[in-house]
Design a protein around this ligand. Structure first.
Ligand code: ADP
Length: 255
């Protein structure tokens, strides 16, 4: 079977997907899959359609052509959203001074509808506690989120996405604005999630060098699919074709 062909166990399958915002075609005839256990990096230049693919995979947009399947189901029929965790771009998450604690924000990840007893509950649930331990933020549970560093806010968003122990975690440019130490910690955490919890990861990133080192599969997009396959198989020619200039300028492959 060729890489990208849909299997009964594909967690995400894009089949010949085309999507336009009015006259602007953002992605065209895109097909690829995310399989259980994959760590897929979605890379491409600015405006190449990465966020659009993530929106399509989250059901926030519907393709004009082709289809998107989640866990083998047409996205319109898919109801098990608790199996998917989403981590937004950190920069936009806590722009204003936010008068909530770490524990409260992660508890929002538990929300599944109106809960009349919520106001009588104090503290955090075991699911929230587990998620905070996973990202090593348990001791920060009573701190205000506005007092956290960018890297800590990033881990907080991951904890919120992990509350339901999702099988699939989707992240959009999660390390933007995070310092080198924070990024290191972030990738260590993702590795642990993949290896120890078996979480499948779909990561949108501009950080080509790091991503090629960390991910098992790579999807290179520039409106159409430029490459989809093993991270080891991406060639400098693929990357040059993707970014339109010499990759030596943008990548220092880790050995
Ligand atoms: P990336 O995430 O790779 O930077 P996007 O998916 O955000 O790319 O954008 C792909 C293309 O779609 C770009 O040409 C962008 O200008 C356009 N686009 C994105 N969002 C919208 C929108 N809401 N309305 C109109 N055009 C959009």
């Amino acid at each position: 079977m060729s890489i990208g062909e849909k299997t009964p166990t594909s967690l995400v399958a894009f089949e010949d997907v085309t999507f336009s915002y009015g006259p602007t075609t953002a992605v065209e005839h895109v097909s690829f899959t995310v399989e259980p256990g994959d760590f897929v990096a979605l890379i491409g230049p600015n405006g190449s359609g990465k966020t659009t693919l993530l929106k399509l995979a989250l059901g926030l947009e519907r393709p004009q052509q082709g289809r998107v399947l989640l866990f083998g189901q047409e996205i319109d029929q898919f109801k098990e959203w608790h199996r998917i965790g989403y981590v937004p771009q950190q920069a936009s998450a806590f722009k204003v001074r936010f008068p909530a604690t770490v524990g409260e924000v992660v508890s929002y990840g538990e929300y599944r509808g109106f809960d009349p007893l919520a106001i009588f509950r104090t503290g955090v649930s075991s699911a929230v506690e587990r998620a905070l331990h996973t990202v090593d933020m348990w001791e920060y549970r009573q701190r205000l989120v506005s007092e956290l560093s960018t890297g800590q806010q990033q881990r907080l968003l991951i904890a919120r996405a992990l509350v339901h122990q999702p099988a699939l975690l989707m992240l959009d440019e999660p390390t933007a604005g995070v310092d080198v130490a924070g990024q290191d910690q972030f990738y260590t955490l993702l590795r642990q999630l993949c290896r120890d919890l078996g979480t499948t990861v779909l990561l949108v990133s501009h950080d080509v060098g790091v991503v090629l080192h960390e991910a098992t599969k790579v999807v290179c997009i520039n409106r159409t699919l430029v490459f989809h396959g093993s991270a080891q198989e991406v060639t400098d020619a693929d990357l040059s074709r993707l970014y339109g200039f010499s990759v030596d300028l943008i990548i220092h492959r880790h050995q």
